[in-house]
Design a protein around this ligand. Structure first.
Ligand SMILES: C[C@@](CO)(OP(=O)(O)O)[C@H](O)COP(=O)(O)OP(=O)(O)OC[C@H]1O[C@@H](n2ccc(N)nc2=O)[C@H](O)[C@@H]1O
Ligand SMILES: Nc1ncnc2c1ncn2[C@@H]1O[C@H](COP(=O)(O)OP(=O)(O)O)[C@@H](O)[C@H]1O
Length: 343
């Protein structure tokens, strides 16, 4: 299964709620950076000889206090975040930038949820994650893995869960998990998990400047609370300008309408991103914004050719760990031939 990364075209954030979340009004676009997840049944002997991958344990509690019976999920990860060396020499946040290989892996949690929802009590599954989406980067890579794992386990076990059930399980896993199931361009409300389709025309060409190390989403929301303390009188800002721009299909109009209320918080935590955003604007991006909670910077360009030129110039300036081009909207989680090869 292949699932896409996202960029928030609009991220309006309201005050902290009593449950620790924030109401948001967000417009998400799926972009063509992908993680691939495959799920295969494993014969019991494998678990007597664990080999290089990590098992999340056999039975017991899944960390949320629920019994997981005899469901055993192993996972192996390659690509972005699998190896600290891939994150650049200046990684100051290894704790958020490395993909966990046990029960903390959100794809492992997704597999357990499918088993629980389908009433499966004894299964052994091996997940292979091939990551093209940077970790803790504001691009929802973990959410993409969770969405892909839900669909992959549903297919493997022929559980036939309907779309509404998969979406409900996705929302249990994280606010951003329903979106990579759906893909495209969508409006997210509530804590971001309640999705509505939006009318969008055109194809958009993005350049992403990846940073050394990640930013923790809770830490960025906490910094947002600190910066806005006592100042937020209303709920999240509506996304009218971005929604209007999407109807025109004009990248210039969309670029001018991009909003991210978490950007000041991300810039406080990672001041070097200011220079990256400036560089992209000076080099002709029609829109420049921190992607979600950051630290990836997203640049919207006027078209495919412009995105190639911007990517080359940004890479040449050395302001980012790596530069990626992508287009949107991309499809949601889907089966692909050759999943597991470099996405
Ligand atoms: C900020 C956004 C923007 O799309 O994503 P990223 O840019 O990190 O990918 C999302 O709001 C992140 O969604 P996701 O990463 O799924 O968050 P969750 O697992 O649900 O929540 C992690 C933590 O983030 C904070 N959180 C998340 C969503 C929300 N609406 N309000 C919050 O305050 C809470 O502290 C929560 O405990
Ligand atoms: N399969 C996974 N892929 C990436 N990160 C994961 C995964 N499972 C758990 N995590 C943890 O989730 C956190 C958020 O990662 P990610 O979803 O990539 O970023 P973001 O929330 O900024 O979009 C990371 O700190 C990482 O340790």
């Amino acid at each position: 299964m292949r699932a896409p990364a996202k960029v928030n075209l609009h991220l309006g954030v309201g005050p902290l709620r009593p449950d620790g979340y924030h109401d948001v009004i967000t417009v998400l676009q799926a972009v063509s950076l992908f993680d691939d997840v495959s799920a295969t049944s494993v014969d019991p002997p494998r678990f007597h000889d664990p080999g290089p991958s990590t098992t999340d344990g056999n039975g017991g509690s899944d960390g949320n206090g629920r019994s997981s019976g005899d469901i055993v999920v192993t996972v192996e990860v390659s690509g972005e975040g699998a190896d600290p060396a891939s994150l650049g020499p200046a990684t100051s946040t290894p704790e958020v930038s490395i993909v966990p290989t046990g029960r903390d892996n959100i794809a492992v949690r997704a597999a357990h949820l499918v088993a629980e929802a389908a009433g499966i009590t004894s299964e052994r599954v091996h997940l292979t994650l091939t990551k093209g989406i940077p970790v803790a980067a504001g691009m929802a890579g973990g959410s993409a893995d969770a969405a892909a794992a839900l669909v992959a386990c549903d297919a493997l076990w022929q559980t036939g869960l309907d779309r509404a059930t998969l979406t409900r399980l996705a929302a249990q896993l994280g606010s951003d998990v329903p979106f990579p199931l759906a893909g495209g361009t969508a409006l997210g409300t509530g804590r971001g998990e309640q999705l509505t389709d939006v009318l969008a025309t055109g194809e958009y060409y993005w350049v992403f400047a990846l940073a050394d190390g990640g930013l923790s989403t809770p830490a960025v929301y906490k910094e947002f609370d600190r910066l806005t303390e006592g100042k937020l009188r209303t709920g999240p800002t509506p996304a009218d300008d971005v929604l209007a721009a999407l109807r025109t299909g004009d990248p210039g109009q969309l670029g001018a309408a991009l909003v991210n209320d978490l950007q000041p918080a991300a810039l406080r935590l990672r001041p070097s991103l200011r220079r990256v955003l400036e560089a992209g604007r000076e080099l002709g991006a029609v829109g420049a914004i921190v992607s979600g909670s950051g630290p990836t910077c997203a640049f919207l360009t006027a078209g495919a050719q412009e995105s190639i030129a911007l990517a080359a110039s940004l890479a040449g300036m050395g302001v980012a760990r790596a530069v990626r081009r992508a287009s949107g909207p991309a499809s949601g989680a889907r089966m692909v031939e050759g999943a597991g090869e470099a996405p």
